[in-house]
Design a binder for this molecule. Structure first.
Ligand SMILES: CC(C)(COP(=O)(O)OP(=O)(O)OC[C@H]1O[C@@H](n2cnc3c(N)ncnc32)[C@H](O)[C@@H]1OP(=O)(O)O)[C@@H](O)C(=O)NCCC(=O)NCCS
Length: 186
């Protein structure tokens, strides 16, 4: 089943609110506090339009199952956030495929030099996922934040263009073997 990214549609708001406030997703977000409906409505209205931040629904086959967003921090540096609602799809590596599609776009069409993300140090699944795509841990950029659950350590992970160029054919092969992305040239 192919993974695709699609633009938000006006009636996606309630679905995304339910996902974002589910424990399954919220526990891994840096801001894990309650999300007032009016804040969500404002975020959603802004997210319908592409600006420095772009938001897409992650779909696997015809099942919508997550959200991927990315921000141009400069001409050369982008950051992203992602979640896949595991209970909506049994297919593994959907999030990895969505990120692969994003990295391909950023490095090959948007001239990115660096793509970065922040991750809770206890989020082993996300760290493993990002490393499988070629990201490295930036241990010098750890920071500590106060969350609802107490103090948490946040780590930055990065991938640069050089690593992408070396690593992406291997990742592409793995994800296309799983049927999640098209291999280039096909
Ligand atoms: C991070 C995320 C996007 C990755 O999605 P995905 O590519 O579909 O990844 P999967 O869920 O299939 O799991 C990825 C790998 O982590 C492994 N894994 C699962 N739990 C793990 C854990 N606690 N520690 C280490 N690895 C773990 C899986 O076995 C899998 O490895 P494999 O492919 O070699 O079998 C998704 O797990 C997610 O949305 N998580 C909740 C929200 C979140 O953490 N977002 C990121 C915030 S920085």
């Amino acid at each position: 089943m192919k993974v695709t990214l699609r633009r938000l549609e006006a009636d996606d708001s309630a679905m995304i609110y339910a996902w974002r406030t589910s424990r399954e997703v919220a526990q891994w977000m840096v801001s894990d506090g309650p999300i007032p409906r009016e804040d969500h409505a404002k975020w959603f209205a802004e997210s319908l339009i592409d600006g420095p931040t772009r938001v897409r629904i992650v779909s696997c086959g015809d099942v919508d199952c997550g959200v991927l967003s990315w921000t141009a921090e400069s001409n050369l540096t982008f950051s992203f956030g992602i979640y896949v609602v595991r209970s909506l799809t049994p297919v593994k590596r959907v999030g990895s495929a969505a990120l692969f599609i994003l990295l391909r776009h950023l490095f090959e069409e948007a001239n990115a030099q660096v793509v970065r993300a922040e991750v809770l140090v206890e989020n082993g699944r996300a760290i493993k996922t990002y490393e499988s795509l070629g990201f490295s841990r930036e241990l010098g950029l750890m920071r500590r934040v106060l969350r609802q659950v107490g103090m948490s350590d946040i780590m930055e992970m990065r991938i640069c263009r050089n690593t992408w160029e070396n690593y992406s054919p291997i990742v592409e092969r793995e994800l296309s073997t799983r049927g999640l992305v098209d291999e280039r040239g096909e």
